[in-house]
Design a protein around this ligand. Sequence first.
Ligand code: HEM
Ligand code: HEM
Length: 133
Amino acid sequence: MSPTTIRFLKVGMAYFVLGAFLGTLLALPVTREFLYREAPGAQWRLAHAHLNLTGFVIMIIFGIAYHILPRFAGKPLRSEAWAAAHFWIAALATAGMIIGFIVPAAAVLLWAGSVAQLAGILLGVANLWLTIR
Ligand code: HEM
Ligand code: HEM
């Protein structure tokens, strides 16, 4: 496995642990009330959903795709450099989005993180598309 695939898988699993932990806190009445009381305006459900979905599911899908699609296609990945850049964009954009969902005063992180997340998705899709075509 390439260093980029390993990074996608490890950071994806780390986001999964965080997402499952936050989900558990949101499921238990005591911790749920604490979170909503102590952080007015925090969108905890959206933070939980995106830790698990953009953080875990999508990172794992891309990590595996970067490894397996070139092998299915019998060709090298179009660009290892694009994939490496995509990892950093996805990892940081997800962190920005999560902080932006939780801290209303840091909404700029949600906006910047969202645009960056979209850019990372486009880069990843273009790379895989050009690999398998
Ligand atoms: C230990 C594991 C998990 C626990 C305890 C958990 C718990 C919860 C709870 C309590 C909510 C409601 C939150 C609220 O309304 O404030 C929720 C919502 C949600 N969870 Fe999880 N969750 C877990 C794992 C996951 C995973 C793995 C995914 C995705 C792959 C996921 C996706 C979602 C989504 C999308 C919502 C929002 C649903 C909606 O729009 O109503 N969760 N979860
Ligand atoms: C560029 C990437 C993404 C951005 C900027 C983004 C942003 C958002 C925002 C702002 C909302 C709240 C919408 C509202 O309250 O009206 C939302 C909801 C949601 N998103 Fe995303 N999202 C992204 C990617 C994804 C992906 C890849 C998935 C699934 C794999 C996903 C699953 C969901 C779900 C299930 C909800 C509803 C959660 C709820 O209401 O509890 N998102 N997203």
